[in-house]
Structures are given as structure tokens and as C-alpha cells.
Design a protein around this ligand. Structure first.
Ligand SMILES: *Cc1c(COP(=O)(O)O)cnc(C)c1O
Length: 375
């Protein structure tokens, strides 16, 4: 079976994890500090705060912004469900915006269409690694006086306007789940430029303590910590950070390979009627964390039938990005009509794409897709 994604892990990551274990320091410690610093530098931000996942990163971002009950947070429905859930964690109301077909991302217009006087924040997603129009949306949110949180779960190594996606973001949330480009097993981070917020976020991830456990252990004096506010345990471990540091060193090579494979998919599928392949937007470059194709009537088969035929041919493809407003957890939004979101989630599928995908395997994927319609 050709999987949809395979993390690119090797002996070096295994060694790094083993060293962390042998050091005796397995919880959040010096490796986490190094990882967050190096990751922030890589994505163009002044500060990085390593966390247990992107889901907890999104939660803390809204806590830091003081969003709460009565507030509305605009999110795309077309995203992994964690994006919408983050608003609910702080008691706010997620309000679903539609997306544009070409990128799968919200735009200034789709956000503006659902904006109200209660809108306090927007969580915009760089979906599947495709950057949204950072310049346009950051500017619009500034004019509206609405905070823009960037869900960059999938976007490590993507660029917009020639800069890494994290550069210039108020708050960007990242994921290191194995489904993403680089992985720490589970893990996440927030990156930002404001030092006062970074300090508070580090406190919030560690029960609201004013002295980190790492600093307390490193001191040869007794240190009495205080708990300044209600915090959380959203820490990353040093074992995870050790793996992350090795992965970070491979990120550029992984993105380059993913872009090569995406270009190849595009060429191999260019003559198939009814298939539109994902491409870079005019203002940026995707890391192609996900590579989806959109089917229309000319293709001649429905998406779910195609998925079943691919599975029978040993190809593990996936349905396109989910739409949160169609899930039981958001049943009260079921009557909403988000036409582009609904078309993308119904008619697109994600093809296998990972660092070690062989070219013959990629050809097998394309041939199996063609065979499903006898072309
Ligand atoms: C994967 C993903 C998340 C959740 O990331 P975790 O690290 O698994 O919590 C959030 N948002 C988007 C857009 C994602 O793709």
C-alpha cells in the first residue's frame, strides 16, 4: 500500500531521542529552548514557544488575546476541526467563512462577508501548506481592529511575498504531528514577535508559574515559584525537541522534494480532463504538505468511487479537507451554505506525497487514477 504520508525519520532522530533519554532530562528543558529558538528563526519570527500540539497553540493564542464568551472568532469551515474548536475552548463562538477555490483559503472578502461588531479575531489557515494572502489579510484585519491568528499547522517552509509564512505574523500556530512536514511525534509551537506575549505564553503553558521548572532545576538556590494566573500543562518534552531539532535540519530538503513531486503530479495529470491540480498562488509558494486534486463532471467518476478504486489498487488517498460545519459537533451550523467549501470537501482528494515517494510509485498513483475512468 502506498500511504498518503510517511514521516521522514531516520537513525539521526533515533540517536537524538536516545541522547535526551540518557541525559536524564526528559521533560521540557534545554532541548525545548533550543528547538523553539531555532524554529522561530527558521520561520522568520523573533520568538518561539514550543507546545504540546497545534491545537493547544491555537487555544493559548486566543487566551493570550483575551478572547472569551460573547466574542466571535471567524474561521474557515474547510479545515481540520481543531481550528474551529479553539474558539469554543475559550467560550467564544466560531463563525464560519467560505474559502476561494484556487487555494482553499479564506480571503479578505470571505472574512468580511461574515464579520460583525462582535468579531474579535480571525483564525486564517494556510491550508495544506498553501499560504493565504498574508499581505492582504493582515492589512484588512489591522484596519478592522481584529486580531489575526495564523493557523500554520501545515505550513512550515511555505512562503508568501518572498518571506517565510511566520514572518510578520501577530501569532502563528504550528503542528509537528507526523501528518505534517516535520514531526516531533506530537507537538506544536506559537511564533510571534512580541516579547511580552512570548513570556506570558511560556508561563501559560506551564501552569501559570513565574519560574519555569527548567530554571528551578538549574538553580543551586531554593527557588519559590508563584502562580500568577490559571495556566495549563501544554509543554513539549525534551525527547520531542531532540527529534525536532534533527527534523528542522532537513526541512529545506523536504520542502524542495515535495515541490518537485508536486510539479511532477501536475505534469502527469495535465492531460486528464476534469482534474484540476493544486498549484502555487501568485504571491507565494506552498510546501505541498497536502497535494489535492479537484474533480469535476468531465472526469466522469465521483470522488468516493475514485477513492475506493485507488484503495483497491494499493493507493491510500484521502478525501479532501474536511468541512467543520457539516460535522455533528457543529450541527447548529448545518444549514449554513458555504458553496466553495462544500464543493472542495465533496469533490477533492489528497494524493500520496512524501519525501521518499519513488517516481514509479507516483506513476502508479497517476495510472490508477486514470484507470478509474478508463484513460
Ligand atoms: C493538523 C492541524 C491542526 C492540529 O494540529 P495538532 O498538532 O495535531 O493539534 C490544526 N489546524 C490545522 C489546519 C491542521 O492541519
Amino acid at each position: 500500500m502506498i500511504p498518503v504520508m510517511k514521516p521522514f525519520l531516520g537513525e539521526e532522530e533515533a540517536q537524538a531521542a536516545a541522547e535526551a533519554v540518557r541525559s536524564g532530562w526528559v521533560a521540557q528543558g534545554p532541548r525545548v529552548a533550543r528547538f523553539e529558538e531555532e524554529f522561530a528563526r527558521h520561520v522568520g519570527a523573533a520568538h518561539g514557544v514550543a507546545l504540546s500540539s497545534c491545537t493547544t497553540a491555537l487555544h493559548l493564542a486566543l487566551v493570550a488575546l483575551g478572547i472569551g464568551p460573547g466574542d466571535e472568532v471567524i474561521v474557515p469551515s474547510l479545515s481540520f476541526i481543531a481550528t474551529a474548536n479553539a474558539a469554543r475552548y475559550v467560550g467564544a463562538t466560531p463563525v464560519f467563512a467560505d474559502v476561494e477555490e484556487f487555494t482553499g483559503n479564506v480571503t479578505v472578502d470571505t472574512v468580511d462577508a461574515v464579520r460583525t461588531l462582535r468579531t474579535r479575531a480571525v483564525i486564517a489557515v494556510h491550508q495544506g501548506g498553501v499560504p493565504f494572502d498574508t499581505d492582504a489579510l493582515r492589512r484588512a484585519c489591522g484596519q478592522w481592529d481584529v486580531a489575526l491568528v495564523e493557523d500554520a499547522a501545515c505550513a512550515a517552509g511555505s512562503t508568501a511575498y518572498g518571506r517565510p509564512v511566520g514572518e510578520g505574523a501577530l501569532l502563528a500556530a504550528w503542528s509537528f504531528h507526523p501528518r505534517k512536514v516535520i514531526t516531533t511525534g506530537e507537538g506544536g509551537a506559537l511564533t510571534l514577535d512580541r516579547e511580552d506575549w512570548a513570556q506570558r505564553l511560556r508561563r501559560l503553558r506551564e501552569h501559570g508559574m513565574n519560574v519555569s521548572a527548567a530554571a528551578r532545576h538549574a538553580s543551586n538556590q531554593p527557588v519559590f515559584e508563584a502562580y500568577l494566573e490559571t495556566g495549563y500543562n501544554y509543554r513539549m518534552t525534551d525527547i520531542q525537541a531532540a527529534v525536532g531539532l534533527v527534523q528542522l535540519g532537513k526541512l529545506n530538503a523536504m520542502v524542495a522534494r515535495r515541490r518537485e513531486l508536486a510539479t511532477r503530479y501536475h505534469a502527469l495529470l495535465s492531460d486528464v480532463d476534469g482534474v484540476t491540480t493544486l498549484m502555487d498562488p501568485p504571491y507565494g509558494q506552498s510546501n505541498f504538505q497536502s497535494f489535492w486534486v479537484l474533480l469535476d463532471q468531465r472526469f466522469g467518476r465521483g470522488r468516493d468511487e475514485v477513492l475506493a478504486e485507488l484503495a483497491a489498487a494499493g493507493v491510500s488517498a484521502r478525501r479532501g479537507i474536511m468541512a467543520a460545519h457539516l460535522e455533528p459537533a457543529y450541527a447548529q451550523s448545518r444549514s449554513l451554505r458555504l458553496p466553495v467549501t462544500e464543493r472542495l470537501t465533496r469533490d477533492s482528494l489528497i494524493l500520496p506525497l512524501y519525501h521518499t515517494l519513488a517516481e514509479q510509485e507516483q506513476e502508479h498513483v497517476v495510472n490508477s487514477l486514470r484507470k478509474s475512468v478508463g484513460r
